[in-house]
Design a binder for this molecule. Structure first.
Ligand code: FAD
Length: 481
């Protein structure tokens, strides 16, 4: 191997000796890729095409031992370290310019233990990998709504999707994890062992170490859900959104109803005259007994007069990937998000106005409603603290050409500002772009101080800094004597 220069934690260049680099490479099961090597482009490419960074060196780990060796190497060299799971995070912290990238995407094994109702998941697995394995045994772990998302990043930030009202957030099903800390030790973290760390990784992101295995409780569930879309003319949205916000508070745990506002994609299931026009969509999922589901969705189905009613029974795994065609990798993306305890008239009006001036046909406003089982977990039980039922607005701006960056990002920021006065002040850490360092402490909210203490204990040098970063608590040295 030739001499490698790595960016350091203090932004200097470190010359890594050929011996040190060769020793690392020989100790690993997985490949080490430099620019031009096979696998380099694949590993550094993320879901968000806005992110185009070139690490000096990429380790494509094949197991926990590779992770331990890479973390020790980074710590010894003082190298800037980026950690990649599924590569979906909007902020793009999974890759860095000039530093060392630890790519976990080859570690994809998912092992179901049906007798223990547990599943062990490696950190490169996607939601589809997990769903397909658990569904085969009649179980589910609650995750998110786009099947190509990584289990790792989603879990570490909290994780919510179609089965969260019934079974809680992804972290609420996490029983344990194996974590490599900044000193290169592999720790089992759970309710009894290293419980501070176990608390921290359930919402505190990748700040505390590299997870090499997640252990989840699985929930028995009918493999078929009653799910789909109710597509409405956008002119009816002012009334429908107000009726929606009042209805969702009383929905049964099995029923989740979210909103998407955008231009209708040219899908054959939608009348051609609506293609390319603004629509308001209710996306519904009932995960429970089918006859009860038909009754439960009736009220939402009777709301207004939809252009298309696309609700029907389907396998959960199919519904989990229903949005994938709209969310393929390779587009430029920018997100802005607020939590709302109430969906006020002012917030609704600002969103409606923004839809009238959508910057591209692929951009949308997405409103999730969280509650049910996730709301019955005490806020101090996990680092993710916002357990009150609430709405999450995520502004998804999506476009193809760099020439449109300013216009598209500007649209999202304007809407973010217009809705800020109505928002709760917190934000889901997994929806934050890379330009919001001023929001990080609000994102972790009441958990921030404890997270910062745990960070100080396990990662005082902040080796794991490429994330929505928690600063290690500062402790003044006590004067001797
Ligand atoms: P990566 O970009 O690989 O990782 C994100 C960060 O997590 C890394 O920078 C690193 O800091 C850390 N990290 C990753 N792996 C590890 C590890 N093994 N150990 C330690 N740290 C690690 N979220 C939801 O909750 N619900 C949804 O329905 C949902 N839908 C989404 C749809 C789309 C199209 C996209 C792009 C995202 C969606 N998200 C959703 C957000 C998602 O949870 C985050 O983007 C998440 O960070 C993705 O995880 P990843 O492993 O794919 O990302």
């Amino acid at each position: 191997m030739t001499m490698i220069h790595l960016k350091s934690l203090t932004n200097d260049k470190i010359a890594v000796s050929t011996e040190a680099a060769d020793a690392l490479r020989q100790s690993l099961r997985g490949p080490v890729c430099l620019a031009g090597d096979q696998g380099y482009e694949e590993a550094r490419s993320l879901w968000n095409a806005m992110i185009d960074r070139r690490p000096a060196m990429i380790v494509r780990a094949m197991g926990a031992a590779d992770v331990i060796r890479t973390v020790r190497f980074a710590a010894e060299q003082n190298a800037l370290l980026a950690v990649r799971g599924g590569g979906h995070n909007i902020a793009g912290n999974a890759v860095c310019d000039g530093g060392l990238m630890l790519d976990l995407s080859l570690m994809k094994s998912v092992q179901v233990d049906p007798s223990a109702k547990r599943v062990r998941v490696e950190p490169g697995a996607t939601l589809a990998d997990l769903d397909k394995e658990t569904a085969a045994f009649g179980y589910v772990v609650p995750t998110g709504v786009n099947s190509t998302t990584g289990v790792a990043g989603l879990t570490l930030g909290g994780g919510f999707g179609w089965t969260t009202r019934r079974f809680g957030m992804t972290i609420d099903s996490l029983l344990a994890a194996d974590l490599v800390t900044a000193d290169g030790k592999l720790l089992r973290v759970n309710g009894n062992e290293n419980s501070n760390l176990f608390w921290a990784i359930r919402g505190g992101g990748g700040n505390f170490g590299v997870v090499t295995s997640f252990f989840f409780r699985m929930h028995a569930m009918e493999p078929t859900v009653l799910a789909g879309l109710l597509v409405h003319p956008f002119d009816h949205a002012p009334d429908l959104l107000r009726r929606y916000r009042d209805m969702v508070a009383d929905l049964p745990d099995e029923l989740t109803a979210w909103v998407v506002m955008r231009k209708a994609p040219p899908l054959p299931v939608l009348p051609a005259e609506w293609h390319g026009r603004e629509v308001m969509i209710f996306a519904l999922c009932w995960c429970g007994e089918m006859a009860a589901g038909e009754r439960a969705v009736m009220e939402l189905r009777r709301l207004g007069r939809p252009i298309a009613d696309l609700i029907g029974p389907q396998p959960l795994t199919a519904w989990q990937s229903a949005f994938d065609p709209l969310l393929t990798p390779g587009a430029r993306n920018y997100w802005k998000s607020h939590d709302f305890l109430e969906l006020s008239d002012g917030a609704i009006d600002a969103m409606l106005a923004a839809i009238r001036v959508l910057p591209t046909d692929e951009s949308e406003i997405f409103i999730a409603h969280l509650g049910g089982a996730m709301g019955r977990v005490p806020p101090e039980a996990t680092a993710y603290a916002l357990r009150k039922p609430h709405f999450v607005m995520n502004v998804h701006t999506r476009w193809r050409s760099a020439a449109d960056d300013e216009r598209c990002i500007g649209w999202a920021r304007n809407l973010f500002r217009a809705t800020a006065a109505h928002a709760a002040g917190s934000v889901y850490v997994n929806f934050m772009p890379d330009d919001e360092p001023d929001r990080v402490s609000a994102a972790y909210g009441p958990s921030y101080a404890r997270l910062s203490e745990i960070k100080h204990h396990y990662d005082p040098r902040n080796l794991f800094r490429l994330n929505q970063n928690i600063a290690p608590a500062v402790h003044e040295e006590r004067a001797a004597g």
